[in-house]
Design a protein around this ligand. Structure first.
Ligand code: FES
Length: 569
C-alpha cells in the first residue's frame, strides 16, 4: 500500500482547514484534481536578478514543471533567499546559513512531498542542500549550469581566474586599464555560473558525484537546450521518488560524501567544497571531519579546467562531463544509491571521453596527486587546508619569515607600499577573516602579491589566513586556519618576523616560536571580534561554528523532520 502523502495534512481534509488550504491555491487556477492526493512537488528557486549566475532558473523551473505534470504530480514553485556571490556585502558566505534556514522552514511549513532545488551560484547549492537535509524529503538538485566560455581578443578567458591574472598584470604594468575594462563584457557572455571550476561548478560536480542530481547536470552550459530537457526529466523523476519514498538521507550517505571528496580531487575542485560538505554532512547526521578529506589526497587531477588547468566548463561538457570522470574513478568510488534509485556507477554507463586533453585518464593525469591537503600544527590545531593543484609546487614545502596583516583593512592599506619589508620568501599572514572575525569568512585568503614584488616578477608566495578563497583563485594559499584569530587561535599570536613552516607533504603548518613566548603573548591578547546587538549578524557571530565544523550555526546542526508544533522539541 502506498504511504499517505505528506500533502494530505494540508489538502486532503474535508473540513474548514482543507477548504482554506485548497481554496486559496485555486485562485491561481488549479483544478480540483491537483489536490486529489498526487505528489505535490516544491520547486525551491533561488532565481534573482541580483544573483546573475542564477538568472536562468526561471526557465528551468518551467522545465521541471513540465516533467512533474507529465508524471502525474503537481508542481509548486516558491522563492527563497538568493545569494549573489559577486554582489553581496560583506560576503555571501555570511548568509549561506540564513538561506539554509529559509529553505528548511519553507519546506517544513508547506504541504509538499518532494522538492527540486534550483541553485547554482556558489553558496546557493550548499545553503539549499543544508536546509533540505534538515527536513529530509525526496530531493533532487538542478543547477544553473555554467556560462559560455569567456572571450577576449580571440582567446578564451575564465570567470574569476582571469580577473585575478589581469588585475595583477595591470599592477605590473603588463596590461592597460583600457584592455582590463574591455575584458569585462567578454568574460560574462551568457546566463549561468562561473565557467571555471570555481565553487559553483565544483559543487555541481560533487552533487552529481553524490548522485543528488541527474547525470550530466554539472557541466551542461546554462543556455544549452539539454539543460531544459534535464530539468524536465528531473521533474518526472522527483514524482517517482516521492512514490518510492526515496529520501535525501538515503542518497546523502557517508559513501556519497566520500565519493564527493574523491570527485572534488579529480576535478580540481574548490577549497570551499570542504566547508560546505562538512556543513551538509552535519545536517544529515554524518560525522564527516577534515581528516576524511585525506582519502582524496592521492587522487590525480583529471579535469584540465581553470584555475588548476587551462580549459573551461563548456569544454568539459563537450569532452563528456562528469560521467567520464566517474568512469575514470570507477575503482575508487564507493557503492552509493542515487536519486535515480540505482548505483552511482550507473551514471558512468556508456560514458565516452571526446577530448582526452580536457578530461585526462588515471594513466595520463594533469597532476599526479590533486586532492586538498589538510594541515595541522600549532598554528592550526583544528586544521587548515591548501590546494596543491592550484599552488606552486616548490612553495608547498617552505619555511620563511612572517609578515602579518592584523586585518583586511591593514592589508589593503599597506600591501602596495614600496617600502614593505617583504621578499618572495616571506610568508604573508592575514588575521581577522574567519567566520566570527570578518564576519562571514570572506574569500580574501588569496591576498594580492605586494606590488613591489609583482614588479620583480613574483607571481606566487605562501599566504596564510583564517579566510577562504574563491574557487576560481590560485596560488600557494593556506586557508581556513582553525581556530580563527578572533576565536583565540594561535593565528592571533603570530607577529611579523616569526618563522613559519609549511609542509604539504607532511600535512604540517607550524609557528616556530617557543611555547613560553606564545604563552606570554596569549596572556596579553585581547579578543576584538566585531560585536553586534541585533539582527542576523548577531545570531551568526554568537553561534557560528569554526571552519573545521563547516561554519554552520551551532543550533542548526542535525535534522528534525517533524513539523513545528506547539509541543517543544
Ligand atoms: Fe556566481 Fe561565480 S559568482 S558562480
Amino acid at each position: 500500500m502506498t504511504k499517505e502523502k505528506r500533502n494530505r495534512a494540508w489538502y486532503g481534509k474535508q473540513d474548514k482547514d482543507g477548504f482554506i488550504h485548497r481554496s486559496w491555491m485555486k485562485n491561481q487556477g488549479f483544478p480540483d484534481h491537483a489536490f486529489d492526493g498526487r505528489p505535490i512537488i516544491g520547486i525551491c528557486n533561488t532565481w534573482s536578478e541580483l544573483t546573475p549566475c542564477n538568472s536562468g532558473l526561471r526557465d528551468l523551473a518551467e522545465g521541471v514543471k513540465r516533467g512533474v505534470w507529465e508524471a502525474g504530480g503537481f508542481p509548486v514553485e516558491f522563492p527563497v533567499m538568493s545569494l549573489g556571490e559577486t554582489q553581496m556585502k560583506p560576503t555571501a558566505m555570511l548568509f549561506r546559513n540564513l538561506l539554509a534556514m529559509d529553505v528548511e522552514e519553507s519546506i517544513r511549513a508547506y504541504g509538499i512531498d518532494g522538492v527540486v532545488l534550483l541553485g547554482g551560484c556558489d553558496k546557493t547549492t550548499p545553503g539549499q542542500l543544508m536546509g533540505a537535509a534538515s527536513v529530509d524529503l525526496p530531493t533532487i538538485v538542478v543547477s544553473s549550469g555554467p556560462m559560455l566560455n569567456g572571450k577576449f581578443k580571440g582567446k578564451d578567458i575564465g570567470s574569476g581566474t582571469d580577473v585575478w591574472k589581469f588585475s595583477e598584470a595591470v599592477r605590473a604594468g603588463d596590461m592597460t586599464l583600457k584592455d582590463f575594462m574591455n575584458a569585462e563584457s567578454g568574460m560574462s557572455r551568457s546566463k549561468g555560473v562561473c565557467m571555471t571550476m570555481g565553487t559553483a561548478s565544483t559543487m555541481a560536480s560533487v552533487v552529481e558525484a553524490m548522485g543528488m542530481s541527474l547525470p550530466t547536470n554539472a557541466a551542461l552550459p546554462a543556455v544549452d537546450a539539454r539543460r531544459m530537457a534535464l530539468s524536465h526529466l528531473t521533474g518526472k523523476r522527483i514524482v517517482e521518488m516521492v512514490e518510492e519514498d526515496l529520501k535525501l538521507s538515503q542518497v546523502m550517505t557517508r559513501a556519497a560524501f566520500e565519493n564527493a571528496i574523491l570527485a572534488n580531487a579529480a576535478v580540481g575542485g574548490s577549497t570551499n567544497a570542504v566547508i560546505h560538505l562538512l556543513a551538509i554532512a552535519g545536517r544529515v547526521g554524518i560525522d564527516l571531519s577534515l581528516d576524511d578529506f585525506e582519502i582524496g589526497t592521492d587522487i590525480p587531477l583529471l579535469v584540465n579546467c581553470m584555475p588548476s588547468g587551462k580549459y573551461l566548463m563548456e569544454d568539459f561538457c563537450y569532452a563528456g562531463g562528469m560521467p567520464v570522470v566517474l568512469s575514470e574513478l570507477k575503482d575508487k568510488l564507493r557503492p552509493a544509491k542515487t536519486v535515480m534509485g540505482g548505483d552511482i556507477m550507473d551514471y558512468a554507463d556508456g560514458a565516452e571521453c571526446y577530448n582526452d586533453d580536457v578530461i585526462r585518464s588515471f594513466e595520463n593525469p594533469l597532476k599526479p596527486a590533486a586532492g586538498l591537503r589538510v594541515l595541522r600544527g600549532n598554528l592550526a590545531p583544528n586544521g587548515a587546508i591548501v590546494k596543491p593543484s592550484a599552488a606552486t609546487e616548490r612553495l608547498l614545502e617552505h619555511e620563511g619569515e612572517a609578515f602579518v596583516f592584523e586585518s583586511i583593512e591593514d592589508m589593503k592599506a599597506n600591501i602596495d607600499r614600496e617600502d614593505l619589508p617583504v621578499t618572495a620568501d616571506t610568508i604573508l599572514v592575514l588575521k581577522g577573516c574567519g567566520p566570527k572575525g570578518y564576519p562571514g569568512m570572506p574569500e580574501v585568503g588569496n591576498m594580492p602579491i605586494p606590488a613591489k614584488l609583482v614588479k620583480e616578477g613574483v607571481r606566487d608566495m605562501v599566504r596564510v589566513s583564517d579566510a577562504r578563497m574563491s574557487g576560481t583563485a590560485f596560488g600557494t594559499v593556506v586557508l581556513h586556519v582553525s581556530p580563527e584569530a578572533n576565536a583565540g587561535g594561535n593565528l592571533a599570536l603570530v607577529q611579523t618576523g616569526d618563522r613559519l613552516r609549511l609542509s604539504a607533504s607532511a600535512g604540517a603548518l607550524d609557528l616556530l616560536v617557543a611555547d613560553e613566548v606564545l604563552a606570554e603573548r596569549r596572556a596579553a591578547w585581547e579578543p576584538d571580534a566585531p560585536h553586534y546587538t541585533r539582527g542576523y549578524a548577531k545570531m551568526y557571530v554568537d553561534t557560528v561554528l569554526q571552519a573545521d565544523k563547516g561554519a554552520d550555526l551551532d543550533f542548526l546542526v542535525g535534522k528534525d523532520t517533524r513539523p513545528v508544533t506547539r509541543e517543544s522539541h
